[in-house]
Design a protein around this ligand. Structure first.
Ligand code: SF4
Length: 282
């Protein structure tokens, strides 16, 4: 294995995504090791909800798992000094209203109440959990001197759709969202879908199975959605061409990182944490 300028011999999906969005941002985060991101209630909630889902999938007692995930969420808020009442935060030109802690806790309870039934309803009662938080560390491409590293939230075997024929392996990723879920634009975003394409490709290689026998999707966990609407499967179609494109994204990113390419992409600045900071002044 060779070592990249990041000091590592592997890349992850978020690193590849960052490189394609702005190679200069990639350099700041992964080579210079700068991190100007702030703690956020959204991240804390996402981590707590993921914690519950993983515990449930690995067969832990759901009630105990919910208690632990709620404790985790409350501790995050305490450690990050968030107010327990509603407040607002400024992100560039955008002002965001933050719900009080109890609303986030209530949303976590909604996930715990609905997710187990949702999985049964979507993938049939006899679905099987094959893996939770499955670690990937696979050769980035055949004969590559670098690896791809990732964690797959959930791999299950189940049947879906009206015909409900044979079971398929499903690669699934939990995404916490607001009550409205994702916009059609976000659902179609090729970079968003690439995450699942890469997980599918590397899982299939690792398990020596044909990618056509693997399906993938995001499961949205919608905070504040009406009862019965909290979980939603976004079925993502990843065919051979998309897999080829995803593989090329990995190769291109590795080539750029290895050769120290660090051009600024000013089209990606809107939500960048380095925008108008001393690290990347306008
Ligand atoms: S502010 Fe723009 S150019 Fe600078 S690192 Fe971020 S995305 Fe790249």
């Amino acid at each position: 294995m060779k070592t990249l300028p990041t000091g590592k011999s592997h890349v992850s999906f978020s690193e590849i995504k960052n490189w394609h969005e702005c190679p200069f941002r990639h350099k700041l985060i992964y080579v210079d090791k700068l991190d100007v991101s702030e703690p956020s209630p959204y991240l804390d909630y996402g981590q707590s909800a993921h914690n519950f889902c993983e515990a449930f999938l690995t067969g832990k007692d759901p009630v105990e798992s919910l208690v632990k995930s709620e404790e985790m969420l409350r501790k995050f808020w305490k450690d990050h000094n968030f107010s327990e009442e509603a407040w607002t935060i400024q992100n560039g030109d955008i002002t965001m209203k933050i719900d009080p802690l109890e609303k986030w806790v209530s949303a976590l309870h909604d996930v715990a109440a609905e997710m187990p039934l949702f999985l049964k309803g979507t993938f049939q009662d006899d679905y099987e959990v094959l893996a939770a938080e499955h670690a990937l560390m696979e050769s980035a491409f055949p004969e590559s001197e670098y690896n791809f590293k990732g964690f797959i939230d959930c791999v299950i075997s189940g049947t879906t759709g009206a015909k409900r024929k044979s079971k398929k392996v499903w690669i699934l990723d939990w995404k916490t969202t607001n009550a409205g879920g994702w916009s059609p634009q976000k659902m179609r975003d090729p970079m968003v879908q690439t995450q699942l394409a890469l997980y599918k490709m590397y899982w299939a290689r690792k398990m020596s199975i044909d990618p056509k026998d693997v399906r993938c999707g995001f499961i949205l966990l919608k905070r504040g959605a009406k009862r019965g609407k909290v979980c939603k499967l976004i079925d993502v179609s990843v065919g051979p061409k998309f897999l080829e494109k995803a593989q090329k994204l990995v190769k291109d990113a590795l080539f750029g990182i290895e050769n120290g390419l660090k051009v600024k992409n000013r089209n990606s600045c809107t939500w960048c944490q380095f925008r108008d900071t001393p690290h990347c002044p306008s």
